[in-house]
Design a protein around this ligand. Sequence first.
Ligand code: ADP
Ligand code: MG
Length: 321
Amino acid sequence: MGEFELIRHYFAAASCAQGGEGVVLGIGDDCALLSVPPGEQLAISTDTLVAGVHFPAVCDPFLLGQRSLAVAASDLAAMGATPIGFTLALTLPTVHADWLQAYARGLNQMAERCQLSLIGGDTTCGPLSLTMTVFGRVPGGQALTRSGAQDGDLLCVGGDLGNAAGALPLVLGERSADAGQADPLLAHYWSPQPQLALGQALRGKATAALDISDGLLADCGHIAKASQVAVQVELERLPLSAALQAFLGRQGAQQAALAGGDDYVLAFTLPEAELAPLLAAGWPVRVVGRVTAGRGVSLIDGRGQDITPDTRGYQHFKETP
Ligand code: ADP
Ligand code: MG
């Protein structure tokens, strides 16, 4: 048995690879077979993570296993899809049993948390890179797209913003902090929690949704463009964790929330009447702005002043008192 054949068997043995709802045939044949109930649609998304680009080349393989799948599963959450399964295309420079074992353990843990079955993949030799394709299902016509936001909707997010961006200097070893500050931020970076249940709860309620991967302002730009509306973000309403504010200060935390990546928290637009029932049901919905007629994204401070950062970056925003 060759090395890569061993690896295939290794992943095939993981508990997440033993099949699940919707998986007719898993690892081992030329294709996996999925079934989708009548009236439902298949939701599919692919993400590639390249060593040295999307994660540090030297990092904990267990955490990488968790993060690589969480990032992909978050796209299913953003569509309001119910997870079915995923494939894993693994490119490895060399085969290290310890590395693979830890990676598979992290992957398996996230797969079980997300109820995603590993249904196949590919194993090749080359610079370290990981490609995940996730498959989910959603009742016909109920997927949460980016294009349905309406004038008058509230702009909401599903939790604290900026934690993963705050963790980045820690991940890269550029800064250090005591465990009380660092641990919650690092946990958010390495083990983002795809908001799958929230996404499903928003079906038929949210008018548009996405998961925040490039910072709130940039990602709201996608909703504004696809929906042909204007989105207004209110600076003072951004939910910021205590750890992030302690680490970066309030302005730094706000900047991380607005422009930092990797949060994988849902951002969505909601008709006002939908807010109270969602809050009453205990969903983590935070209002951070609203949708108006027009185009583009703007940022408003506590006094109602427009402080939208210019295209050169966030210098302008930093200098506001
Ligand atoms: P083929 O040559 O027909 O593409 P492979 O020999 O590459 O098949 O793979 C055999 C089986 O192992 C397939 O079912 C494939 O999906 C699965 N597989 C290969 N690599 C991985 C991996 N890294 N993780 C999970 N399944 C894998
Ligand atoms: Mg084949």
